[in-house]
Each structure stands twice: as structure tokens, then as C-alpha cells.
Write a protein that binds this ligand. Structure first.
Ligand code: PMP
Length: 363
């Protein structure tokens, strides 16, 4: 066969249609200068302190880089378990919580199972369903607060084998579900997948980990990407009963938390007061920014995360997004999933002041 005879897009024609149909995740703007203020990825405005970076680099230099990490990162699992007050047998770590959620989606809903989502919710869940071959059952959120339609979600999962994947606090709307709903879901569904990536910014009662002893079919996902400002190093974890955990661990490849991520996570967990202080500051900034947005006559549902969901009154979120970007401020534009709406990450007090001043001018 001559190379020239191979049609250029024959390989593309072999791509599974579910994958072909996906949009690329949050493609950055193709042109223009880098934004001055990056409030579009729910990242922490505060970098890991120099002192911790120094400790991590020194410890990393001591390790043997030629060896694989220890299976299941037992030192890290122990440290996390101690911090969270759960048993190490009920915890596993992964390359960001995204990897772990994908593994669980694939284990419980892959190959033709059904995943129940409450949109607008984390956009990557759709990609996870496509990758694992899960069908989607969508239950739109209700009312000005974009609350989960609890009865409808319960009806979709009760006796159907469908698996609920609930995000609390929810990205991009910020709201939480009650412990009571988690209990009812656990009673109705075979397993409940609960993504708590942003729970460190929420209230104590929003934390679902205390439900683990009571609910044998609850799976909770967390991350160090947000509250610990460690997004650049990919450290997530999942908490569930040991038997369930062992099955989820079969669905992602070993050694996904490397030496560097492990050393950073250990160093961060030794200094929990740093994360606690910054989360408290961001939660109070969130309330300040939300109050100002409401003063500007924008509807903002209550948020317990490090971001706020809003829409300009004229409904043209895309135009406002473009105007903010032209002034160097990047926020997330949600046209594809929630037309008219934007999501802004809460930044440092100075960043929030700048965002609010520019926004007020652009509205
Ligand atoms: N869940 C939600 C709701 C998220 O917003 C994110 C990150 N944007 C993740 C999970 C994944 O986070 P990571 O893989 O960095 O732990």
C-alpha cells in the first residue's frame, strides 16, 4: 500500500462517535494577550508558600526517582486518613479527583449503565460518561437557587439501577445538597457518587464524610487542587467502604500519584492551618463579592464554594464575557450548558476589588 493511498481522515472515521461528539474541554482563547486576572478555573489565588515548596523539593531530592511510587501511596493515605478521621482502609488517592470519578463512573455506570446528573453541573461528567460508555439521565436544577430536583432524581434512581453523580457544592452553581438527601439517595440507589471537590469552602454540615459509617454505598471524592492550592500537582482522593474502594481501584492504572505529588500532599497536610485560613478568607470574600453582585442587580444563587454563578440582566453572558476579557479579566463562559450565564472564581481581596470595579463599568 502506498502511503499516499491512505485517506487523511480514515483514522478520524474510526473514532467512537461519543468521543467525536465531545467538545474540547475549556479551550483557551486562540488569540489576544494572557489575562491579567484569571478567574476562570476555580484555582486558588494563593500559591503554595515558598517555605513548603522548599521542604517538598528537598524531600524529593532524597528519594530514588528510578523507583515506582509505593503501591497505593500508603504514607499519603495514612496522613490523609488521620487528617480526615477516617480509616486508611477506606481511602485511595489518584491523579486528581477527576481520575477517580472517571474510574467510579466506569465501574458503576460504564458500558451502557445510566448516570443521573443534575445540570448545570461539572462539565467533565459528560466527558466521563462518553469515555466509559455510560448513558446520561439529566434532571435539570430548579428555581432561582438552582437546587437539585430531589424527588425527580430519587425517582430516576429508585429500582432502576441508574447511578446518581451529585456535585456538592455544585460546579458551576455553588449550591449544596443536604445530608438528608444523601441518605435518601443511598436508600434508593445501589450506590451514590458524591463529588465534594469544593467542600472545604462550605459549612461543616455540608461535609458528607461523617455519613460513611452509616451509608455502606456512599462514595465521596475530594481533591487538594482547590483548598490546598495544589492543582498543578494532581492529588485527589476517594473515600468509601474498603470493598467498594477495591473495585474502583481496578478501574485506573497504578502509580498515578507520583513522588512529587505525594511529597507536596504530605507537606501540605502537615500544615492544615494554612489551608484552613485561606479557605475562611475565600469564603468571606465570596460573600462580599456575592453581595456586591446582587447590589448590581445580578441574580446570584447562594454559593458554598470558591466561585459564583451569575448572568447579566440583558441575558448576553457571551458579550459580557468578551468585554471582561478585552479588559484582561477571564471568567468562565457557560453558554454551551447554561446560556447567558458566567462563573467567576473568588480571588484574593485585591483581585476581587478589581473584578468588581471593571464589572460595574461594563454592566
Ligand atoms: N470535581 C469538580 C466539581 C471540579 O470542578 C473539578 C476541577 N475543576 C474536579 C472534580 C477535578 O479536580 P482535580 O482533578 O483537580 O482533583
Amino acid at each position: 500500500v502506498s502511503v499516499r493511498a491512505i485517506p487523511a481522515d480514515s483514522a478520524l472515521a474510526a473514532v467512537r462517535p461519543e468521543i467525536r461528539a465531545l467538545a474540547t474541554y475549556a479551550a483557551p482563547a486562540a488569540s489576544g494577550p494572557a489575562p491579567i486576572l484569571k478567574l476562570d478555573f476555580n484555582e486558588s489565588p494563593f500559591d503554595v508558600p515558598e517555605e513548603i515548596k522548599g521542604v517538598v523539593l528537598a524531600r524529593l531530592a532524597e528519594r530514588r526517582w528510578s523507583l515506582y511510587p509505593e503501591r497505593r501511596n500508603p504514607r499519603l493515605v495514612e496522613a490523609l486518613a488521620a487528617r480526615l478521621g477516617v480509616s486508611p482502609s477506606e481511602l485511595a488517592v489518584g491523579n486528581g479527583s477527576g481520575e477517580l470519578i472517571l474510574a467510579a463512573v466506569s465501574v458503576f455506570a460504564g458500558q451502557g449503565g445510566t448516570l443521573v446528573l443534575a445540570p448545570p453541573t461539572f462539565s467533565l461528567y459528560r466527558q466521563m460518561a462518553a469515555i466509559s460508555g455510560a448513558r446520561l439521565s439529566l434532571v435539570p436544577r430548579l428555581g432561582p437557587d438552582l437546587a437539585v430536583d430531589e424527588e425527580e432524581v430519587l425517582a430516576r434512581v429508585a429500582g432502576t439501577g441508574a447511578i446518581p453523580l451529585v456535585c456538592s457544592p455544585n460546579n458551576p452553581t455553588g449550591g449544596v445538597v443536604s445530608r438528608e438527601l444523601v441518605r435518601r439517595l443511598a436508600a434508593a440507589a445501589s450506590v451514590v457518587l458524591l463529588d465534594q471537590a469544593y467542600v472545604d469552602f462550605a459549612a461543616e454540615e455540608d461535609d458528607a464524610l461523617p455519613l460513611l459509617p452509616e451509608l455502606p454505598n456512599l462514595v465521596v471524592f475530594r481533591t487538594l487542587s482547590k483548598a490546598y492550592a495544589a492543582a498543578g500537582f494532581r492529588i485527589g482522593y476517594v473515600a468509601a467502604r474498603a470493598g467498594l474502594l477495591a473495585e474502583i481501584e481496578k478501574a485506573y492504572l497504578p502509580y498515578s500519584v507520583d513522588h512529587a505529588a505525594e511529597e507536596l500532599a504530605l507537606a501540605l497536610l502537615e500544615r492544615p492551618e494554612i489551608s484552613r485560613r485561606l479557605c475562611a478568607l475565600l469564603a468571606s470574600e465570596r460573600e462580599r463579592v456575592a453581595a456586591r453582585l446582587r447590589q448590581l442587580s445580578l441574580a446570584v444563587p447562594p454559593s458554598r464554594s470558591n466561585f459564583l454563578f451569575f448572568a447579566p440582566r440583558d441575558g448576553d453572558g457571551r458579550a459580557l464575557h468578551a468585554r471582561l476579557l478585552a479588559r484582561g479579566i477571564a471568567v468562565r463562559e457557560l453558554h454551551a450548558t447554561h446560556p447567558g450565564h458566567l462563573r467567576v472564581t473568588v480571588g484574593s481581596p485585591e483581585q476581587n476589588d478589581l473584578f468588581l470595579a471593571v464589572l460595574a463599568e461594563e454592566l
